[in-house]
Design a protein around this ligand. Sequence first.
Ligand code: ADP
Length: 270
Amino acid sequence: MNYFAGIDIGSTAIKIAITDENKSLVGHKISASGSMFYKYAQESLEALLSELNIDKKDVVYTVATGYGRKLFKEADENISEITANAIGARAAAKEYCDVKTIINIGGQDSKAISLDDDGNVTNFVMNDRCAAGTGKFLDACAMNLEINIDELGERHFQATGTPLSINSTCAVFAESEIIGLLGNNHSVEDIVCGVHYSIAKRIVKLVKRVGLKEGIYFDGGPALNKGLVHAIENEISRKIFIPQYPQITTSYGASIIGCESYMYQIKNAI
Ligand code: ADP
């Protein structure tokens, strides 16, 4: 059996997806990007292949994507994360919805991507200038509130009353605002809920810039946060599809592109 690897080297995490010739996901791995992207990506790929009992030589095509993609020299191809995200999202959601709008929140940026009926990217906007509205901001909030990142979702639903407003547009000032709210005896839960709504409002603005279309897919690590999903759904007044593994959509898309490129090369070599 031939296998295809998609390696998404993000600012925060390295995500690897392995697919087979049917473009079905056979395994994935998420590890911290750290400071040595290439070394950690290689180690993570080897560990995943060993877990899956797949021989490295059976991985016949590798596509790298994401922030650090150009550093992964062993890849057969490297591709923009926008294209890989779009292909991965359509494939991951194919049994549930026809994806036309993608919201991606990563460690250091957030994006809204618009697709046409055939799945082609027609427009995208990215916020990579400011940490507010990114995973890093959520990490900093969790740290200031002394809770784990994976507790934010649950705490959101324990908030009481109207969500607090976090008005600062800069992540650094927003952090000071959060500390001020703690000083004014607001509960951690109410602050978490306020943070989620402040991010949701930013995301909805991004989505409106590309044009909101039904078939909304949300991915990236922060899509694991059910409180944030709830806030975005309320702000956008629509249901959003969250895949089973929100962090690996882009690497999954890259592995599908790898499968298609390989098949194309084989076909044209005959
Ligand atoms: P990148 O592609 O830029 O490396 P990711 O899509 O991997 O980013 O997202 C990283 C962010 O996801 C982290 O900064 C963190 O805020 C968030 N995250 C990671 N794991 C969880 C979790 N279990 N629950 C909620 N948020 C999470």
